[in-house]
Design a protein around this ligand. Structure first.
Ligand code: HEM
Length: 424
């Protein structure tokens, strides 16, 4: 995609099998598609495939159903609720920090996945259902591996054959559905106990005509949030450790901040706005390594983007990875420089991508009506986990080889990222 953008400019057309794809490489066009003309576009092909696992949840559904689901799910993501989840986030980070051993070697991505899995499981289902959550995650991983088939030529065809991966994925999906059904069933029978997790928000949600969500609707949203809310944050943290290990000056500034903010006081949500530089480090890390590396939309009607008339059915692609590394919007784009976000972050609450850069030149969380509902959750989690761990530990790379990219559902590192733990 990077090569296409540099060879063909802001609008690049290519054909993939019999599909016409248009890659948009200018923030104005990206804004046009994700925000201004959002009503004329639907989700792309991969989401239609993802529906086989996620069902008709927030990520995969279309309007008007999507609008209703977004409205009733939104309360679970209000800042107040997220602040309440902060203690869970800190607890899991502290637990990881106490488990780590000086001079031992860890696979950072695996460790970060462990922390974020614990956090999403507890904020979603409550502390008591952790084992069930691990079973769901194992089944989901298997199903997602199957979904990656779509990236191979003829992948969609393969998925319709009764081949071993298809059968395995069907079994994994059945296991996942059983676990979720058990959890939802148990909770429905035990509503009297005070629960303040995401599952409770879903069970108390009411549509405009006062109806509660059906078990199938709850299942789809639970699976969706479980998937979207976990791996993305883990890879953001993994790439951040990787970058910090290569930039001692940035690492030193981060340490100075976490030492002064977290010194002698237990971390809590109220400290979040003081962790300004930590936020800038994460913003810059998600610029270079955006966990969601591309978004796709299909034109539902004929549309016009810039001076181009595009027929209904055209697949439009915008890549965070490509746009975030465009020198027109980010001078010296290959440089890891958290300082470029100082004005955006402002008093410590600001979200990068605001007034100081062209809108949607930076869009790790997408944009418009389908933008990430978990953005506030993700910032809070990533900042707190990074701060708590960086307060106690320095991570050193073992290999000098650059880590290769593995752009699957999220932008994973291709191999393990082995690092040595040094106590600070
Ligand atoms: C660094 C972490 C994260 C990144 C980079 C990220 C990125 C994104 C992006 C780019 C989209 C839009 C996809 C599109 O336009 O097709 C999205 C949607 C979504 N994200 Fe996130 N996300 C992150 C964390 C989370 C978390 C923590 C949650 C939940 C706890 C979450 C839940 C969702 C949901 C439910 C949607 C679908 C929203 C809708 O269509 O209404 N995400 N995310």
């Amino acid at each position: 995609l990077t090569r296409l953008a540099s060879d063909y400019g802001d609008v690049a057309h290519f054909q993939l099998a019999n599909e016409h794809v248009v890659l948009l490489n200018h923030p104005d066009y990206i804004y046009d598609v994700l925000v201004r003309q959002a009503g004329s576009l639907v989700k792309g092909r991969s989401m239609q495939v993802a529906r086989r696992v996620l069902g008709n949840g927030l990520l995969t559904s279309e309007d008007p159903y999507h609008r209703q689901q977004r409205r009733i799910t939104q309360p679970a993501f209000h800042q107040q609720r997220i602040s309440a989840y902060a203690d869970v986030m800190i607890h899991h980070a502290v637990r990881t920090s106490s488990r780590w051993q000086p001079e031992s070697t860890i696979d950072v991505n695996r460790e970060m996945m462990g922390v974020t899995l614990g956090i999403i499981a507890e904020t979603l289902f409550g502390a008591t259902l952790q084992d069930e959550a691990s079973a769901i995650w194992a089944a989901m991983t298997e199903t997602m591996e199957y979904l990656n088939l779509v990236r191979l030529p003829f992948g969609e065809l393969l998925m319709r054959l009764p081949a071993p991966p298809t059968r395995r994925a069907a079994r994994a999906r059945a296991r996942m559905d059983d676990s979720v059904a058990r959890m939802v069933g148990a909770r429905r029978e035990n509503r009297a106990a005070a629960h303040s997790d995401l599952l409770e928000t879903l069970l108390s949600a009411r549509t405009e005509d006062g109806a509660a969500l059906s078990d199938a609707q709850v299942r789809d949203e639970v699976i969706t949030i479980f998937l979207t809310g976990h791996e993305t944050v883990a890879v953001a943290l993994t790439w951040t450790w990787y970058l910090l290990a290569q930039h001692p000056d940035v690492e030193a500034r981060l340490h100075a901040e976490v030492d002064s903010v977290l010194d002698s006081r237990p971390p809590c949500a109220a400290r979040l706005s003081e962790l300004r530089y930590t936020r800038m480090v994460l913003a810059e890390s998600m610029r270079l390594y955006p966990p969601a590396w591309a978004v796709a939309r299909r034109a539902a009607t004929d549309i016009r983007v810039g001076s181009y008339d595009l027929p209904a059915g055209t697949l439009l692609l915008a890549s965070q990875f490509v746009t975030h590394r465009d020198a027109r919007f980010f001078p010296r784009p290959e440089r890891f420089d958290p300082g470029r976000w100082s004005r955006d972050v402002g008093d410590g609450h600001g979200a990068p991508g605001g007034d100081h850069h062209p809108r949607l030149a930076y869009f790790p969380f997408g944009g418009g009506p389908r933008a990430c509902i978990g953005e506030g959750f993700a910032w809070t989690e990533a900042i707190l986990v990074l701060a708590v761990l960086a307060r106690g530990w320095r991570l050193r790379r073992i290999s000098r080889q650059p880590v290769e990219l593995h752009p699957l559902v999220s932008l994973r590192p291709k191999h393990d990222v082995q690092m040595r733990l040094e106590r600070r």
